[in-house]
Design a protein around this ligand. Sequence first.
Ligand code: TC6
Length: 675
Amino acid sequence: MLTLQSGPVNALGSALRQGILAAVEAAEADPAITAIVLIGGGRMFSAGADITEFGKPQTGIGLPDLLNRIEAASKPVVAAIHGNALGGGLETALACHYRVAVPSAKVGLPEVKLGILPGAGGTQRLPRVVGPRKALEVIVGGSPIGAKAAAAMGLIDELAPEDGLRAHAVAFAERVVAEGRPLLKIRDRDDKIAEGRENPGLFAAFRDENARKTRGFEAPEACIACIEAACRLPFDEGLAFERAEFQTLVSGTQSAAQRYVFFAERQTAKIPDVPDDTPARPIARVGVIGAGTMGGGISMNFLNAGIPVTIVETKREALDRGLKTIRTNYENTAKKGRLKPEDVETRMGLLTDTLEIEALAECDLIIEAVFEDMGIKKEIFSKLDTLAKPGAILASNTSYLDIDAIAAMTSRPADVIGMHFFSPANVMRLLEVVRGERTAKDVIATAMQIGRKIGKISVLVGVCHGFVGNRMLAQRQREANRLILEGVTPWDVDRVIYEFGLPMGPFTMSDLAGLDIGWSRETNRSESVRDLLCEQDRRGQKTGAGFYDYDAKRKATPSTVTEEIIATVAERQGVTRRDATDQEILERCLYPMVNEGAKILEEGKAIRASDIDIVWINGYGWPVYRGGPMFWADTIGLPKVLERLRAYQAEYGDDFAPSALLERLAVEGKGFKDL
Ligand code: TC6
C-alpha cells in the first residue's frame, strides 16, 4: 500500500516523485509483495503536478518518466482514488494497470486552464481508454467529471464503497493476482482510437464547435493536435509529440499568465489585517432591497446556495415583474437540463416577497440594490438602522458611490459594507467587497466568505469613485470617446479591443448596457455623441440602434448616421481629425487603465496588483491568457509603458500623467509582480 503524502493536495513535486519511484522499485524487488495499491493520504488522491515547479529546472525524475516506469512495473499497480485525481494525478492513475474510486471522487485533466496540456502521457493514454471524442471533451474542456460518469466511460474499472476504499482496493488487487489477470497497459490498447483514424473529420468538427470558447488561447489547439497524434502515431512517438507541445506551452507567456491567475485567485482571500480565523457572523437569511435586474440576480445567488431571501420593492407591479424574471431564469435553466424541474420550486420556495421594508428585521445580511441615487440610498440606510436587528450586516450594491457617506446615515457604520455584484449578478463571478473607513473586521470576513459560498470570487477594495473595476473602466471609456472624435471609427476601436481578447469593445458594451443610463431628454445638452444618439432614439440594442444598427437578431452593423453625428460633434469641438494605428488605439485605451491601477495601489484601494487583475478577468472578461492588466503591463515592461504614457501626456495632457508608483517601478527595473 503506497500512500501519497505531500502538502494539502498531494501535488506531485520532486520529493513525492522520488518517493514513488523508490517505493515502486522496492516493491518490485520484494518477493513478498505481489501487487501495489497507490492511494492518496489526506483529502485526495492528487491535484497533479506541482504548479510552482513549472518554469524551474527539474530535479530528479520527471513525471512522464516516472509514469512510464509505473506502467512498466512487473507487478499489478492499482490506483485507489478518493477526493480529486486531477492533471498529473489522473495521469498517474492512467499509468496504473487498474483504477478503483469512491463514487464521490472527481477526476479530470484541467491543465488547459493553466495554459498547458496533460504532458505526462495524458493526451496519449486518455483517448486509448475513452476514445478521441470524449478525450477531446475532457482535455480541451478541462472540467472534472464524477467517478460514476468516469466508470461509465471505462476510465474507472470499479467503484468502491464510499468509506471502504482501502479495503476494496486491496481486495481488488488480490483478485487480480489470484485470477492471474494480465497487467493492462493502456499504451497497448488501440481499439478506442480507431475512431480517430476512421473519422478524422471529428477533430475539425470539434474545432468549429468550440471556436468561440477557445478564441485567443494557444493550449486548446495543442491539446487537440496531441489527441489527433494519439490516433495517428505509435504510442512512444505520440508521447514525444506531446512532450514537444508541452514544452512550447509551458515556456510561453499564456501559460505563465494562467498559472499566475490560479494563484492570484487564491490570494484574494488573504487580507493582511483580517486573519483567516476571524469569526464570521452567521448568515441564515438575506434581505434584498430592489427587485430590478440587479436585485433579482443577487437574490438568485443566495437561493441557489439554499439561503432564504426576503426581497422588497416599493410597488407591487415592480415586485411581480422581478419575481417573474427570477422564475423565468430558473425555468430556462431547467429547460436546458441544467436544473431539475423540482429545484425550480425549491428555490422559489426560499424566496419571500414583500412591500414592507420592516420585513427585513429578521435578516442577517441586507443588500440594497436600488438605482444609483445617493439621496435614496441614504434614506434607505437610515431606515435600515432603525429596523435591522443588532449585528445585521448592511450592504450596498452601489457600483461607485461613497460607502462611508452611506454608513454615516446609520448609528452602526461598523456594520456597513459595499457588496458590488456585476451584471448579470447570477452569472458573473466577481464580487467587489468594499471596505468602508469604519467597517468591522468580522463584517469584512463575513462578506468575503458569503461571497465564496455563493460561488463568487470576492476581492476586497477600498472606497473610491468606481472602486477598482469601474474606476479603471472610466479611463478606457474616456480615451475611446476621444479617439472617435479624432476620426477613428467606433468599429475600429471595438475591433482592436475584441482582437486583444476582451469579449467586446467599449461601444458594443455601451449599446448593450443602454446609452440612456443617466440621460434624459429634459437635461440633455446635445453636446456629446451620446446625447445626440439618444436624441435620435438610438439608445442601444434595446431600441434597435445605438452606435451600431441592429437587425431583429441583434446583429450589429456600423452606422453612417453615427459617423455623421461624430463628425458634427468633432467639428463643433474643433477636434482635428487624424488616423491612428491599431497599436495606438490599444495603448491609448489600455495604458491609462494600467496607470489608474497603479494609482489604486498607491492609494491602498486594492491590497495587491493581482487583486486588480482578478477584478478585470472576472468582472469584465479580460482575457485570462493575458493575466489581467497589471500582469500584462509587466509582460510589456513598465519602462515601455511609462515611455508611451509620457508621449501621450505631451500630446493630450495630464490624463496620461504617469503615477508615481509606475515611475518608480519602471526606474528600478521592477514590475507590479515585485510589490
Ligand atoms: C499538471 O498536473 C500537469 C501535468 C503535466 C506535467 C508534465 N500545485 O485550491 P485549494 C495549492 S498541472 C501546487 O485552496 P481546494 C493551492 O495553491 C496541475 N500547489 O484547495 C493552495 O495553496 P495555499 C493540474 C497547488 O480544496 C493549496 O494547495 N491540476 C496545486 O479548494 C490548497 O488548494 C490542477 O490544475 C498544485 N497542483 O481545491 C488542479 N493545487 O493554501 C489544481 C493546489 O497556499 N488544484 N495547490 O493557498 C485545484 O484545482 C484545487 O486545488 C483542488 C482543491 C480542486 C484540487
